[in-house]
Design a protein around this ligand. Sequence first.
Ligand code: MG
Length: 251
Amino acid sequence: MAVTIKSAKEIELMREAGRRLEMVHDEMGSMIKPGISTMEINEYGDRLIRKLGCEPNFLNYGGFPASICVSVNEEVVHGIPRRDHILKEGDIVSLDAGLIYKGYHSDAARTHTVGKVSEEVQRLLDATKQSFFEGIKKAKPGNHLYDISNAVADYIEGFGYGIVEELVGHGIGTSLHEDPQVPNFRQKKKGMKLLPGMTLAVEPMINLGTWEVVWLKDQWTVVTKDHKPSAHYENTILITDGEPEILTLHI
Ligand code: MG
């Protein structure tokens, strides 16, 4: 699939898709506490998306059975919500959500703490989030796609964390996954030139230990090979003439 450049009208729709997803994330984030199940988070998120006049884009995507990916501790991404998976004090939980507004997709992920977590785990979460911001500092015209990847890698390598390589960010628009792929690990090539009107989901997945991951037998859940925790942080961004615009986060 070719890389798409969005028109002004399309950008307006993507902004709206992004704003609505941010609301969903804010609401889901405020319900996180020990004792709730990962299924409750999914059901709440699904209801919010529909209440905002949107459709969940993850539900049935390639057969995924839920609207929100809920990944706990060593689960990296694509965790399947379960009624018998109850969050407990000290867990971390990554919520990856996406929606479709008038045919346009948004995609974002946040990792939350459940009660109090260890300093080591809090540092992982903070670094993962910051690596997104380090990456998008390079997301402007005149730069190349892999400047983003290398900026994430530069930042994370300083901590000695593992960067997931088997899953990457992506273009996004009228489809959830469009070209180009946006890796978070070091690249030798430069990649394509960044142009205004490109919309990308930038999503570092960072492991406390090894970068290696494995798939569980459910064929969806990706976990760290060493079972150490993993964090995920993602926003949909727009390349502009100047600084990138974050469509799924308004500070
Ligand atoms: Mg994504």
